[in-house]
Design a protein around this ligand. Structure first.
Ligand code: SF4
Length: 326
């Protein structure tokens, strides 16, 4: 499999006057061509910071990448100047944010907004007619009648607005699409439609995709590989089978599965993971999950666990690394 994107030992902090927030702590992963990689975890686990680091869109004043490397097709993104990075963004790597309302300009028609994306990232010799034609093609691609192109965002439903945002992200046929909670702001029925469309487009346009979500059901439907994040670390990584067929899991992942209601149970019950994710400005020693872990042992409180690897399946937990018997 051809590696398209490689992230090695990435760490990111946010520095405020009062504190240092460790948002991402030494994560490594890769994305192959045509693969869909899912990132799952609670809010604050570091998923969006990871995506913004790849796009080099972290807030300049507060965020700093303190270690690591991000390679796209072998090129180190962290060494590129802003103008070179502009060429990568949109044309090679695109990102869809979770709330379409904040991604669209309310005073411009959707046609104008897609045109802007095409002109900004497209071939400078393209004629106005070419751009118009491409706007129609993109709207058709995402299931919107081109006759609606002169609509303003407020005239469209939430699902249609998200489709417009996806059309803009696809304007220059990127090789990688990063979708950060792309359906969270939508109704459940529309969520399914939008995800189905994204999956179709990914296959049709031969793209790779990183899907960030807290929805394990969505991950199960469309991802080839999955990274589970907790407190800025990847605590479990594996293929679809490793996550959804194997019964060996990090206790946090096991907790995520237990917190999904099962309609086949006579009395479907949510089993929430007790406690909250630790304050990233004040992380616990040892395993970051130990204050919430039902299987916590003495060693977990002081020693950071290594990674147990079995094929592609990786679990960062003392139960699996041989220090103690599971
Ligand atoms: Fe639980 Fe210890 Fe494993 Fe952490 S290392 S998940 S505390 S058993």
């Amino acid at each position: 499999m051809e590696k398209l994107l490689e992230v090695k030992d990435l760490s990111v902090i946010y520095q405020t006057r009062k504190e240092t927030v460790r948002a991402v702590n030494g994560i490594s992963f890769s994305l192959n061509r045509r693969e869909t990689l899912g990132f799952v975890g609670e809010t604050g686990a570091g998923k969006t910071t990871t995506a913004l680091s790849i796009m080099r869109l972290l807030p300049e004043r507060t965020a700093r990448i303190t270690s690591g490397e991000i390679l796209f097709n072998g090129t180190s993104l962290l060494k590129l100047g802003e103008s070179q990075m502009k060429a990568i963004r949109g044309e090679m790597i695109s990102m869809i944010f979770q709330d379409p309302m904040t991604s669209l300009n309310p005073v411009l028609t959707i046609s104008k907004q897609i045109r802007e994306a095409l002109i900004l990232h497209g071939d400078e010799n393209q004629s106005s007619e070419d751009v118009d034609k491409r706007v129609d093609e993109l709207l058709t691609l995402v299931g919107i009648e081109p006759s609606r192109k002169n609509s303003y965002p407020h005239e469209l439903s939430g699902g249609m607005k998200q489709r417009v945002v996806i059309a803009m992200a696809l304007a220059c046929s990127p090789e990688v699409l990063i979708a950060d909670e792309p359906t969270t702001a939508l109704d459940v029925t529309i969520q399914a439609q939008v995800m189905e469309m994204m999956e179709e487009l990914k296959n049709k346009l031969d793209m790779s995709m990183i899907l960030i979500t807290h929805d394990l059901g969505l991950i199960a439907r469309i991802c080839d590989n999955v990274a589970v994040m907790y407190s800025g670390e990847i605590i479990e990584y594996g293929s679809f089978e490793d996550l959804f067929v194997s019964e060996r899991h990090h206790p946090y992942t096991a907790g995520l599965f237990a917190s999904i209601p099962n309609i086949r149970d006579e009395k479907p019950r949510l089993q929430p993971i007790p406690g909250l994710m630790p304050d990233p400005a004040n992380l616990p020693s040892g395993c970051k999950f130990h204050p919430r872990c039902p299987q916590c042992m003495e060693i977990c409180k002081s020693v950071c666990p290594g990674v147990h690897t079995e094929g592609k399946h990786q679990i960062k937990c003392h139960l699996f690394t041989g220090e103690v018997q599971p």
